[in-house]
Design a protein around this ligand. Structure first.
Ligand code: VG1
Ligand code: CO
Length: 570
């Protein structure tokens, strides 16, 4: 792709000529800014959580620059504004940070708050945007997707509330990128980001911050950390698997530093550009070592893991892991044990495809419970309006109104707080919960790497079934089938095409296509069933759901299309 350069305005908005720029350069007051003709790129449509592509796509000349230019224009970031910048440390993170500094300077951004070494977990970035009153933030991450030159990279924009851009804005970003003729770039050498401090680059101030300090202060306000520390002091043992990703430094500071957990509690705690070759996704399929250790009779009392960018969590007790839908329900039921939430829970929300376990607790507590599409961006308005305090997704995401992202370490501390305050183990807490509310068995079956045409056929089949006659559905035991359309209760915006739901007695079967993959198509099939019978509360989920899983395969015609077993089961 060719690129030419012409001079254009300087920060502050005034058009200035070449002579002014030379003079300014001499006084070293202004940055030298040029317009680089490039693009447009017509494939920069953000998915469920930002723009995710193969790393090599992002390494194309002008690709990242164009997306950032589109973000700054579509989000109407004013001159002089403050933005937060950081990422999960994956391959390309360091170079991307430098590129974004240059494009931000080229567009008159006044201040960039950057995590040391360009690192910020997603929830910490959300918190920084909020606590520093920034206009927004740019987060570099493809979350749990593997990293490296042959892996994935991603970028997303979060707004003033600290939360992911809503759909209307991501659409605008896409449209802007598809029309851009180029981007504005300041000619800067590499800006050091290895040490906290401020650097005035002449128009743009780059402030490098310790990514962990502010985050710990926030946790200190929400949880009874002294009580958790006392539990560790009395011999409580824990394993935290940071999966070679960004949570390592946070977990070490909070768990081993502040709470006094034994050194070595945090494993895989150094963020690596390729996550040590792992798939940094905290679920039973990808955190096998942790599950094996927790299955041991002499294993730790409590296990946890988080993902690439630190927003997901998995909680593990001795010999069992907590299904994310259950986790949200247990935390809500025990909210009063956490000082930051005592007596102030307004309501809860879960995504459509998350189990209804939390609904039962909300019912008992007489709290409103909202059902949203997949993706954290849909919780933003509910949180901002004060309608909900907690929210969660089945994909190992749990969070609250303390930030506008899901927060892995937060969920871990919340569980530790509940364990410390009740003196009960994870399995005892779950058993008590199920005895009181019943259990919502849940599983997600992913069919990854499907040929997009085959995936379209599956969806076509599901749509047909969904629209099928009552009789046909009744023959399969389905009482109700619908395509989920969400009307945001705060701003009235409508999101269509958010998945298909089949209700069959106490069971639900749901389908949607993933919006975070970078290769082929991924069909996600979600199956759940509510169970109250005391003698059926402690089954293996796959066993308890066997009939419903078969129904799901039938509804989607998977056998007819010769689609074999799912590639990932969680
Ligand atoms: C997946 C999950 C969704 C989550 C999203 C981003 O999206 O299902 O619940 O919000 O990832 O999480 P999809 O479209 O692939 O199903 V993260 O930790 O990857 O930012
Ligand atoms: Co993530």
């Amino acid at each position: 792709m060719c690129s030419t350069t012409r001079w254009c305005g300087a920060p502050g908005g005034a058009k200035i000529g070449r002579r002014d720029i030379d003079a300014a350069q001499k006084r070293r007051k202004f940055l030298e800014i040029r317009f680089v003709e490039a693009g447009p790129f017509t494939d920069q449509r953000p998915g469920t959580s930002g723009l995710r592509k193969k790393t090599r796509v992002f390494e194309q000349a002008h690709y990242l620059e164009t997306f950032v230019q589109a973000v700054l224009e579509a989000a109407a970031v004013p001159r002089g504004a403050t933005l937060v910048l950081g990422g999960d440390g994956r391959y390309l993170n360091d170079r991307a940070v430098q590129t974004i500094v240059r494009v931000a300077a080229g567009n008159g951004v006044g201040r960039l708050i950057v995590g040391r070494d360009g690192l910020l977990s997603t929830p910490a970035a959300s918190h920084l945007i909020r606590s520093r009153g920034a206009h927004g933030g740019i987060i570099l991450s493809a979350s749990h997707n593997p990293g490296g030159p042959d892996g994935d990279f991603g970028i997303k924009y979060n707004g003033q509330n600290g939360g992911p851009a809503p759909e209307a804005l991501t659409e605008r970003i896409f449209e802007t990128a598809s029309k851009l003729k180029g981007y504005r770039l300041a000619d800067l050498g590499p800006v050091p980001v290895g040490e906290p401090g401020r650097r005035d680059l002449g128009g743009l101030v780059v402030e490098v911050v310790d990514p962990v300090a502010d985050y710990l202060a926030l946790m200190e306000r929400l949880f009874d950390l002294d009580r958790i520390a006392a539990m560790f002091a009395s011999g409580f043992r824990m394993r935290f698997d940071a999966m070679g990703a960004v949570t390592g430094p946070y977990a070490k500071t909070v768990l081993e530093g502040r709470l006094g957990a034994a050194p070595g509690t945090v494993v895989n705690g150094d963020p690596l550009p390729d996550f040590g070759g792992h798939h940094p996704d905290p679920n039973p399929a990808h955190a096998k070592e942790l599950l094996a250790e927790m299955a041991d009779a002499d294993g730790p009392d409590f296990g946890a893991a988080s993902d690439g960018d630190g927003d997901r969590n998995m909680i593990v007790g001795r010999g069992l892991y907590v299904s994310p839908g259950d986790s949200l329900a247990v935390l809500l039921a025990n909210a009063d044990l956490a000082p930051g939430y005592r007596g102030r829970v307004a309501g809860v929300a879960r995504s459509l495809v998350t189990s209804r376990a939390v609904d039962r607790v909300a019912d008992a507590m007489r709290l409103p419970c909202y059902q949203t599409p997949t993706g954290w961006k849909f919780f933003g308005n509910l949180l901002d309006a004060g309608l909900i305090t907690f929210c969660g997704e089945e994909s190992f995401g749990t969070g609250s109104d303390h930030v506008r992202e899901k927060d892995g370490l937060w969920a871990v501390l919340f569980w530790l707080n509940v364990v410390a305050a009740t003196g009960k183990s994870v399995s005892e807490l779950l058993a008590d919960h199920w005895a009181r509310f019943g259990r919502d068995y849940f599983t997600r079956h992913d069919y990854e790497g499907l040929d997009p045409e085959v995936a379209a056929e599956v969806v076509g089949r599901v749509v047909e079934r969904c629209a099928g006659g009552e009789k046909e559905l009744a023959a399969l035991g389905v009482d109700r089938a619908y395509e989920f359309e969400y009307v945001d209760p705060v701003d009235g915006s409508v999101s269509r095409n958010q998945g298909y739901c089949f209700e069959a007695g106490e069971a639900r079967v749901l389908f949607r296509l993933s919006g975070t993959g970078t290769e082929g198509a991924t069909l996600r099939c979600y199956v759940e069933r509510y169970e109250r019978r005391p003698d059926r509360l402690h089954l293996d989920a796959q066993t308890a759901l066997a009939d419903d899983i078969a129904l799901a395969r039938d509804l989607a015609g998977l056998d007819a299309l010769r689609i074999g077993a799912p590639t990932t089961i969680t």
